[in-house]
Design a binder for this molecule. Structure first.
Ligand SMILES: NC(=O)c1ccc[n+]([C@@H]2O[C@H](COP(=O)([O-])OP(=O)(O)OC[C@H]3O[C@@H](n4cnc5c(N)ncnc54)[C@H](OP(=O)(O)O)[C@@H]3O)[C@@H](O)[C@H]2O)c1
Length: 278
């Protein structure tokens, strides 16, 4: 049975402004409500709200409010990075003394956000990943110099709604973080696809190969999560000398194999992140 979320946000006083209630924004919203935030504390700015957001209006959520807003305790930015130049500056109306701004936009730097918002705004930039949709993401976070210890704790609590949280001190690491964890789910899904194709090439019916690959990838991920052993040890446990796994690993771990390919792939993604940031 799934454990109920602990009410880490029950004492949060609000208001909490969410800009963009798409895939990520909605996943966060669900997590916040499960952690004790009241819909009355929520302000959502979203041109095309889904049913779930609209249903919360009856419980006190404010959708696209007009007029002069009260200063927010926190503002979460979850629009696409390309919407940022138009969508972020109007948030200044919600920024007051003590407001924390948390952005999950890929590639939008602390410098960009500082330029778009009032001087001295406390800002954190986070990079989550898509398992956030089931509360199993991991977000890596970096803060600007204005963020207090209390605001760091608030950022961690807000992001815990979609998974684990890691802090880094150096923003330059965010391109590598994005290449490893932001893009990472795509590498794992590609692994499942490649295992399916390889199974078919080895003679399996396509639907059986797809089921075997899916359960093997997801089950191994769950085992890695639950085990106290690291990935290398778990791999060694599957590998007897001279056996079938050893034959496969001799190919995968040989020259031009998995390690080399992933190192090249993650380096390419890191470079691309730097280019996009300009
Ligand atoms: N999905 C991921 O794997 C992932 C991972 C890491 C980080 N992120 C970051 O998370 C952010 C959100 O991604 P997502 O996948 O949730 O995108 P999404 O589903 O497209 O959600 C963005 C939402 O913002 C709305 N929006 C657009 N312009 C707006 C504006 N001016 N004011 C208010 N709302 C506006 C969009 O409405 P319309 O649809 O009507 O335009 C949409 O509902 C992105 O910055 C992305 O870089 C995503």
């Amino acid at each position: 049975m799934k454990k109920p979320a602990s009410k880490t946000l029950a004492k949060f006083s609000g208001p909490l402004v969410l800009l963009g209630a798409g895939k990520m924004g909605s996943a966060m919203l669900d997590g916040w409500l499960a952690r004790g935030i009241s819909p009355k504390q929520l302000v959502v700015i979203e041109p095309h709200p889904g049913k779930a957001v609209k249903a919360l209006i009856r419980r006190g959520l404010k959708l696209n409010p007009k007029g002069k807003p009260a200063a927010a305790a926190a503002i979460v930015i979850a629009v696409k990075p390309q919407s940022a130049p138009e969508a972020v500056p109007p948030l200044a109306a919600h920024v007051g003394k003590g407001t924390l701004v948390l952005s999950i936009m890929a590639g939008r730097t602390l410098g960009f956000l500082e330029n778009a918002l009032p001087v001295e705004t406390a800002i954190v930039r986070a990079m989550p990943n898509t398992p956030a949709a089931i509360g199993r993401g991991i977000s890596t976070v970096v803060a600007n110099a204005r963020v207090s210890a209390r605001q760091r704790k608030l950022a961690s609590d807000l992001l815990a709604a979609i998974g684990k949280v890691e802090w880094v001190a150096d923003e330059a690491l965010m391109d590598a973080v994005t290449a490893l964890a932001g893009s990472g789910p795509a590498y794992v899904f590609l692994l499942a696809e490649a295992m399916t194709k390889a199974g078919i090439a080895a003679g399996l019916p396509a639907d059986l190969a797809a089921r075997l690959a899916r359960e093997t990838v997801s089950g191994s991920g769950e085992l890695l999560l639950r085990s106290h052993l690291d990935a290398a040890t778990l791999r060694q446990h599957v590998t007897s000398p001279g056996g079938t796994t050893a034959a496969a690993l001799a190919v995968l771990m040989g020259p031009g194999g998995f390690d080399e390919l992933l190192t090249k792939a993650i380096a390419a993604a890191t470079r691309r992140g730097r280019e996009l940031a300009g």
